[in-house]
Design a protein. Structure first.
Length: 314
């Protein structure tokens, strides 16, 4: 299996690419990114191609040269930055996806596209949000995520392109920082706890959101693409979750390891209003039944691991 990953230097790509390389062989996984940061492990541990994912001609050339059969399309702007620059967000999130789907159609590739809890909106049921429900997001990020889900399903129905995806909650990790998301606080808090035992949070203390630890996020991306197509009733995109918590609860778990940890709040109105429009918690039954989704980490094990990794790295 030859694989192309777009946006490979981002938060998810920097950990998905090594996992794919150890599973399928380093030379079979081509990493690409609009940034050509040649020093990163992803760019040195296997093939790397500089690529603006909106450029379908360049992408088609890479796909044919390397004999690519699967594309993990990770290049996209996250919610907070997309709300600051909605026109640019539409351009990058939609035009890059369109280029990927066309290249996949022409070259018979399967496609993984991450959707998000951002695909839901204020009139979606807030607790245990079902797989199939109201999707009327109010952020530009959410608009592009819903449009993306629909486009992927359209290519599957119309052209038989094997498109699959998951709706990720906030992804927490310790290798590459997320950039410009609403859930970024849940990553920053661990770095700040280890650095200074204090964190000033941009969301209110009782804002509940779904989260997932990176090893589970990587597992979801691999497992959904390896799933038996005969068992899939859904494709784009499956709810997946591992935990739901608010900043106060996360701080309480951090205090089990760093007892004098302090959290304060300076609310960012833009990110707070995005978070308030998203579910408190997801129900991920379809993913569990259709392809065996089952996360390994909860808030307790993730907190212990994050603090351990970050403090040994200091
Ligand atoms: C964001 O906050 O924008 C992302 C997401 C939940 O999709 N982490």
């Amino acid at each position: 299996m030859k694989i192309l990953v777009t946006g490979a230097l981002g938060q998810l790509g920097s950990e998905l690419v090594p996992a794919l390389r150890s599973l399928y062989g380093a030379s079979n996984v081509v990493a690409s990114d609009v940034r050509a940061d040649a020093n990163q492990e992803v760019a040195t541990s296997g093939p790397f191609e500089p690529l603006d994912a909106r450029d379908g001609v360049a992408m088609g050339d890479i796909v044919r040269r390397h004999g690519i059969r699967r594309i993990y399309h990770l290049a996209a702007l996250l919610s907070a930055v997309a709300e600051r620059e909605p026109q640019r967000a539409w351009d990058i999130n939609m035009n890059a996806l369109f280029a990927v789907l066309e290249v996949a159609r022409e070259n018979s590739c399967s496609v993984f596209t991450p959707s998000s809890i951002g695909a839901f909106g204020p009139n979606t049921p807030k607790d245990y949000t079902p797989q199939d429900t109201i999707q009327r997001p109010t952020s530009m990020y959410g608009v592009t995520k819903v449009a993306g889900e629909l486009m992927c399903d359209y290519y599957s129905r119309k052209y038989g392109t094997d498109t699959r995806g998951v709706r990720y909650p906030g992804i927490i990790s310790n290798k590459t920082l997320p950039g410009g998301g609403t859930t970024d606080y849940a990553v920053e808090i661990y770095y700040a706890a280890v650095e200074s035992a204090r964190y000033d949070c941009f969301l209110s203390g009782n804002t509940y959101l779904d989260m997932i630890y990176m090893p589970d996020a990587v597992k979801a991306a691999i497992d959904v693409m390896e799933a038996d197509p005969a068992k899939l009733r859904h494709r784009n995109a499956f709810n997946v979750t591992a935990m739901s918590f608010c900043p106060e609860e996360q701080a309480a778990y951090i205090r089990k390891h760093i007892p004098d940890f302090e959290i304060t709040y300076t609310i960012d109105p833009v990110r707070q209003s995005i978070a308030d429009s998203w579910p408190n918690s997801l129900e991920d039954y379809a993913a569990r039944v259709e392809w065996g989704w089952s996360p390994e980490h909860d808030l307790e094990t993730m907190t212990a691991d994050m603090l351990n990794v970050l403090s040994t790295r200091r």
